[in-house]
Write a protein that binds this ligand. Sequence first.
Ligand code: ZN
Ligand code: ZN
Length: 244
Amino acid sequence: MTNLYSQWLCAGLHVCAPALCHSCNNLLEYDEVCLCNRCREWFRPPDDPKCLRCNARVGPHLDTADGCLLCKRDHFYFEKVVSLGFYQSQFKDAILRIKHLQGEQLARTLGALLGEHFSCTQGFQPDFITCIPVHWWKRLIKGHNQTEAIATGVADVLKKPFVNWALRKVRHTPEQSGLLPTERRKNLRQVFTNVSKSLIQGKQILLVDDVLTTGTTANQAAKVLISAGAKQVVVAVLARSFGR
Ligand SMILES: [Zn+2]
Ligand SMILES: [Zn+2]
């Protein structure tokens, strides 16, 4: 009976204040939350072949157990990257939206989809989930950190704790986009630090970010976790971007 009441209540609220899909802006049905079913399907991972190591799109029938042409020569401190999709069209729009405070619910919802994808395809069992931190000043100005919201969605689905203080960003840095790979590395040198070694030691950690392009940011953060004694780090991102 309680279910019936809550269904009536949802239907009533929907008539009074119709909600819009956070991605396509179409009216949501009363049983849809945040995303319409069409967009939800769109955000399912594509079947395209991906590199098992860096998750870049690759040609069919390639053995990428040791990496692809893009990542083979890179030394990663993380084991591999798992992504929900590629940084294009609707994904690109959604990732721009979640940078703003109004995109918090969308970030959590996409995080939940990432968590579902992760739990279906990976054998890795994280002890906890953490995310790429932002500098405290940027967090204060923006009012939120989208990677925290994504990681919360992932943690809810995986039923693992989300620890948002495993890493700290010690100084503000310019945006990575637009920088050359060598400049990216220089920009992020010694920018992350761990907060508590005892929290990290011996742990399997799932590190969440919104987009992965060259992997420099995730690698710098994973380096700090591994140096502090983490057993293994796997990276989960909403979208894998092209190029290096
Ligand atoms: Zn939609
Ligand atoms: Zn690769």
